[in-house]
Write a protein that binds this ligand. Structure first.
Ligand code: THU
Length: 139
């Protein structure tokens, strides 16, 4: 059965509330659904030194992996100006796509949402074609 993407988008919107974004004021939320049915939230966490900033998607993945999860079903992402109006599509950055490729297969669904009624579903392969991943190191 297809996962409840609307629920996952709501979780990402809730995660975005905790974004720490004093520098960009661009708040992102992510919600990662595991094969076991758990949801791990992530938000972006910025830093005065800029470079250490962690994106919402990576926060969610690292939090899940830290909890012992490595098998994932889907991720939802929402983002936009902290005090702006309705959200529009926010795609994962290249680094986050690579981190997802470490754990997720090419057909892994990435839900890019404005709200729970308005979202588009992409696959990891759509967003990161011809990727370099764990299997390349075993050749
Ligand atoms: N950001 C994310 O959290 N996820 C993305 O996929 C794109 C960018 C964050 C990083 C930074 O805190 C802010 O958005 C502006 O780049």
């Amino acid at each position: 059965m297809r996962p409840d993407y609307g629920m996952l988008v709501r979780e990402a919107i809730a995660a975005r509330e905790n974004a720490y974004v004093p520098y960009s004021r661009f708040a992102v939320g992510a919600a990662l659904l595991t094969k076991s049915g758990a949801v791990y939230r992530g938000c972006n966490v910025e830093n005065a030194s800029y470079t250490p900033t962690n994106c919402a998607e990576r926060t969610a993945v690292f939090s899940a992996v830290c909890a012992g999860e490595r098998e994932f079903e889907a991720i939802a992402v929402v983002g936009g100006g902290k005090d702006a109006g309705p959200l529009s599509a926010c795609f994962p950055c290249g680094v986050c796509r690579q981190v997802l490729a470490e754990f997720c297969p090419p057909d892994f669904p990435i839900i890019i949402a404005a709200d729970e009624q308005h979202y588009q579903v992409f696959t990891l392969a759509d967003l990161l074609p011809h990727s370099f991943g764990p299997s390349d190191l075993t050749r």
